[in-house]
Write a protein that binds this ligand. Structure first.
Ligand SMILES: Cc1ncc(C[n+]2csc(CCOP(=O)(O)OP(=O)(O)O)c2C)c(N)n1
Length: 335
């Protein structure tokens, strides 16, 4: 990879971290309401996998921890922030909030609150790609907790039988809300769970973006090459609680948190890039300052100054005869 691309990826991960931390602050200021699940600590997974996808071409879908997946797919960050603020300019016109970011103009098919819901939707998107005969694939990101849903098993079976072009990315951050994986799941290594469906799979370090990219490339090539689904598991960790209603995370030890923070994805990568002479401490400092200014003066400002949806528009976008004009083109072309 060229040094300019390495630098760009480091910058992206720093941006995603700062974006999420700024969301935390806005929530504490009561600017953002409802649910908010932050992605801090897991940045290398979405960044690395989607770097290997063809974004805006492939279909991307995920659960409620979705802001960064949407942005990396190409949804404008200011629209994602405006969505969190519940504003009319948001990705879902302020109707969805944090868990329902949706932007079909870039083939980002959501953001879903129900655990396991995206599995069959991803299979459906992959089936559409297969019928259309394009080289598009569907990529479905979900946590390890979702793998205990019935939809997981139903989807794995059909995806395998029909050899669908779908990549399942399991972000194993060890906890489903407050339940550690070994307390809920008989087979702790998630990648082993799809053997019964004859789906090839592998498990990797999710904190080192280079490892993520290398493994994701092989998985994407497999799926795009017409060989059917692939299931890839990344071992990762969320630093914050499950959501804003879980501020203390008392179900895990401080020691464990510290050990994972020592394997911080941004630190791992910036150390590598510094050793390779690609960036200096001064470059990183400058990046952070530029990012913070952009988040404040562009992204947050846009969200704060945007109008709220009007009460008169309560029914807008609810019925089929009144769709959002922004979405008609992309959706019609899709199906
Ligand atoms: C169908 C359904 N059941 C239960 C819940 C409540 N719930 C929300 S998040 C969650 C845990 C999911 O954990 P995981 O899939 O590992 O994702 P993570 O939060 O770790 O990213 C549960 C049980 C839900 N949203 N939907």
């Amino acid at each position: 990879m060229k040094p300019a691309d390495q630098k760009r990826l480091l910058r992206e991960m720093i941006f995603y971290r700062r974006f999420e931390e700024r969301c935390f602050e806005a929530y504490m200021e009561h600017k953002i309401g409802g649910f908010l699940h932050l992605y801090v600590g897991q940045e290398a997974v979405a960044t690395g996998v989607l770097e290997m996808a063809r974004v805006k071409h492939d279909y991307i879908i995920t659960g409620y921890r979705d802001h960064i997946h949407a942005i990396k797919t190409g949804a404008p960050a200011r629209e994602v922030m405006a969505e969190l603020y519940g504003k009319e300019t948001g990705s879902s016109r302020g109707r969805g909030g944090s868990m329902h970011i949706f932007d079909p103009t870039v083939n980002f098919m959501g953001g879903y609150a129900l655990v396991g819901q995206p599995f069959p939707l991803a299979a459906g998107l992959a089936l559409a790609c297969k019928h259309k005969g394009t080289d598009q694939i569907a990529i479905c990101f979900l946590g390890e907790g979702a793998n205990n849903q019935g939809t997981f098993h139903e989807t794995m079976n059909m995806a395998s039988v029909w050899k669908l072009p779908v990549l399942f990315v399991c972000e194993n951050n060890r906890y489903a809300i407050g339940t550690r994986v070994d307390r809920s799941t008989a087979v702790v290594d998630q990648y082993k769970r799809v053997c019964g469906y004859n789906i090839p799979s592998s498990q990797h370090d999710g904190q080192d973006i280079e490892v993520v990219m290398e493994s994701a490339k092989k998985a994407v090539d497999h799926v795009r090459g017409g060989k059917g689904p692939y299931f890839i598991e990344y071992l990762t960790y969320r630093y914050r609680g499950h959501s804003m209603s879980d501020k203390t995370a008392l179900y895990r030890s401080k020691d464990e948190e510290r050990q994972w923070q020592e394997r911080d994805p941004i630190r791992i990568y910036d150390r590598k890039l510094k050793q390779a002479g690609v960036v200096t401490d001064a470059d990183i400092k400058a990046m952070e300052q530029e990012i913070d200014a952009m988040i404040e003066n562009d992204i947050v400002k846009f969200a704060e100054e945007s109008p709220a949806p009007r009460v008169e528009d309560l029914n807008k976008y609810v019925l089929d005869d009144n769709p959002d004009p922004r979405w008609i083109g992309p959706l019609q072309n899709s199906y």
